[in-house]
Design a protein. Structure first.
Length: 106
């Protein structure tokens, strides 16, 4: 089992993985702005969400930081992993998106 770390620079890439690997995506976020990252799409036969958390950059209210998403690679196949940053209460399109393809060999 290995950890595969992705950030904004990995957007658009195809990432090789194996079952039992863990994919960790870290993206900048300022929750007090109302814009938060969320999972929009993935293939549950290939990737299983394993939690997310906000990691503040510094102490104090209103500071930004990093949203960290964790996914377990659970099976062989290919899955688009798409995350979007938006305000949950606004029906508008995402302000920003991240997408990578996870290719798992079994």
């Amino acid at each position: 089992m290995s950890d595969i770390h992705l950030d904004k620079a990995a957007a658009g890439l195809a990432i090789q993985a194996s079952p039992d690997d863990r994919v960790i995506v870290r993206l900048d976020e300022t929750p007090t702005s109302g814009y938060r990252w969320e999972v929009e799409a993935l293939d549950p036969a290939v990737l299983a969400p394993a939690g997310d958390e906000f990691i503040p950059a510094a102490a104090g209210l209103g500071t930004g930081g990093t949203r960290e998403f964790r996914f377990g690679v659970v099976g062989p196949g290919s899955s688009a992993l798409r995350l979007i940053r938006r305000r949950a209460w606004e029906p508008a399109e995402a302000a920003e998106s991240f997408e990578a393809t996870i290719d798992s060999t079994g």
